[in-house]
Ligand binder design. Sequence first.
Ligand code: ZN
Length: 138
Amino acid sequence: MPDPTDVPNPVRDLLDALAVPRPMRRGSLSERYMRCNKPGCPCAERPEARHGPYFSLTRVVGHRTRSRLVSAEQAATVRAQVEAGRQFRKHVEAYWQACEQWANAQLDAPAAASQEAAKKGGSRRPSTPRSSPRSKRS
Ligand SMILES: [Zn+2]
């Protein structure tokens, strides 16, 4: 029944969401208050007198953590970029799941599946692709 050219709606919708280009990044924004070590500055004793906030963007690349300082003016933008990246990742995951349901449906289709393939793939029925594709993580 499912035809590879007949794209299920969830797959199409998620692809549309993924196809919107926008500035985004991985990593996270951290906010810090620092002591300055100047003699007599109250920041040495009182945490609420510390200086800041200082923002930095942190990201792990391979085994190394990369940091980059971000100005207070840039912080809101960076936060939005990080959030956009998080959304993108969620969409990618949901897209995988929608495509895998689609792939299962293809295996389970009576016309397409040989007996062997049907056994191997378990007895999963072609479920309605609408069943929340982003609820599970693998
Ligand atoms: Zn100080």
